[in-house]
Design a protein around this ligand. Structure first.
Ligand SMILES: [Zn+2]
Length: 198
């Protein structure tokens, strides 16, 4: 096989949802139809690279030049509650479920001793600042349901204790190792609507 195609396959196979076979099929389809598939993809990749960044306030994906993002500035959203997630992708999933119309805050991960992820590497201090500055009455924790997610939830709740804000978390019926980003919209809607005290 020719070098550039091998390289393309290699890149595709690193994407979630792509195995080696599907990466090989996609790579061949791309080079077979450059005008219809390869060129639009190359343009979209370049655009995603230069045109997408993360909101400096909430951490959600936003368009370069629109920071704070639309969700942070939209006056029709509930400014009294902030939903705390691990990753920007989690915000995309919760938005898609339509269950939540407040503000967001992405921590940038979760506590993990195994991966040396301590609280100083997460945007927890920024969250505490926002709770005070933006005057949220509720912090809804939408973190994963594994041990690290639980530890992160406990740490965040403890950090926010002094602010007097009400801390809740999603009522989950999810398998322990599944994250927000891979939850289906109905499960997410139920989890948001039936939230419980942290
Ligand atoms: Zn934002």
């Amino acid at each position: 096989m020719i070098g550039p195609i091998v390289e393309l396959e290699k890149c595709l196979s690193r994407l979630p949802g792509f195995g080696r076979r599907s990466a090989a099929r996609a790579a061949l389809a791309l080079v077979r139809e450059p005008a219809r598939l390869l060129e639009p993809l190359a343009a979209a990749l370049a655009e995603a690279r230069s045109g997408v960044c993360c909101c400096s306030r909430c951490g959600a994906f936003t368009v370069v030049g629109r920071d704070p993002c639309d969700m942070c500035t939209d006056a029709t959203r509930d400014g009294g509650v902030v939903c705390v997630v691990e990753e920007p992708a989690d915000i995309v999933s919760i938005e898609a479920s339509g269950a939540f119309r407040g503000r967001y805050h992405a921590l940038g991960g979760k506590l993990s001793p195994a991966r040396r992820m301590g609280p100083e590497r997460l945007r927890i201090a920024e969250l505490a600042d926002r709770v005070v500055r933006e005057g949220f009455s509720e912090v809804l924790l939408a973190l994963s349901t594994d041990m690290d997610g639980d530890a992160t939830a406990g740490y965040v709740a403890e950090t926010l204790k002094g602010t007097g804000v009400r801390v809740t978390r999603l009522a989950f019926g999810l398998p322990a190792d599944s994250g927000i980003a891979y939850s289906d919209p109905l499960t997410l809607r139920r989890a948001v609507n039936n939230r419980i005290p942290q």
